[in-house]
Design a protein around this ligand. Structure first.
Ligand code: 13P
Length: 253
């Protein structure tokens, strides 16, 4: 059975002390609740807090992810963080191709593909984001957009490499807007994505791939979203900044 994953993307939020308080709050919530044994919680703080968050617990509580990685190996790339650096800090996951990085930092599918390669080379699981903007959805082009992102960003991988990848479908119009995709809209695209994987790598690989939903996911709507057969968890922004809300989502399975 493929893994259920609930990952918190803190984005550029929290001072060091606030971040420390948040992880401590998440740990407290974890002590109080029982997670489904197939659910993996992942916390993706800003780079400077990775070590602090990692030091909090062992993998039985949560795993730690970065929010970005360089597409280059090493060297004169001021301000960048490499996959080798993340690996040397035992980081388990890394978000790649988030719509904010695509929009504000001009991250193309080609760059996403190179970042994925770097991560896999160092044994870090990429959480690869895809999703359409509002105008694309209104024009009925969401399937074309997602297909291009998945094909150009990921389909150069071998089946074995692809087995390490997690996909996050995040419709851009639902991110931070309070406007969530309906469970039907989410299921429709998730099933479409799984179909693409079946075509490329076969049913066995597709059945093992976790496909997460992201975009205004909250404790109040997580259950109905996660009830869909092809929705295997969530990539959570705003609601991951409050321990209770985050754990409310993590326990929605
Ligand atoms: P929100 O949950 O704040 O809509 O953000 C979703 C997201 O972008 C997670 O990566």
């Amino acid at each position: 059975m493929r893994k259920h994953i609930v990952a918190g993307n803190w984005k550029m939020n929290k001072t060091f002390q606030e971040a420390d308080d948040l992880v401590s709050g998440i740990m407290d919530e974890m002590e109080k609740t029982t997670l489904d044994s197939n659910t993996q919680v992942v916390i993706c703080p800003p780079f400077p807090y990775l070590e602090m968050v990692s030091d909090y617990g062992d993998d039985s509580y949560f795993m730690v992810g970065a929010q970005n990685v360089s597409d280059q190996e090493s060297g004169a790339y001021t301000g960048e963080v490499s996959a080798a650096m993340l690996e040397s800090m035992d980081i388990d996951y890394c978000i790649v191709g988030h719509s904010e990085r695509r929009a504000y930092y001009h991250e193309t599918d080609e760059i996403v593909a190179r970042k994925v390669d770097q991560l896999l080379k160092y044994g870090i699981k990429p959480i690869v984001c895809c999703g359409e903007v509002l105008e694309e959805r209104e024009a009925g082009r969401q399937f074309d957009v997602v297909k291009r992102q998945i094909t150009d960003g990921l389909f150069h991988l071998t089946a074995e490499q692809f087995g390490e990848v997690v996909i996050a479908y995040e419709p851009v119009w639902a991110i931070g807007t309070g406007k969530t995709a309906t469970p039907e809209q989410a299921q429709e695209i998730h099933a479409f994505i799984r179909g693409l994987i079946v075509e490329k790598y076969g049913k066995e690989v597709a059945d093992e791939t976790s496909i997460l939903y992201g975009g205004s996911c909250k404790p109040g709507n997580a259950k109905e979203l996660f009830a869909n057969p092809d929705v295997d968890g969530g990539l959570i922004g705003g609601a991951s900044l409050k321990a209770e809300d985050f754990m409310g989502i993590a326990t929605a399975f």
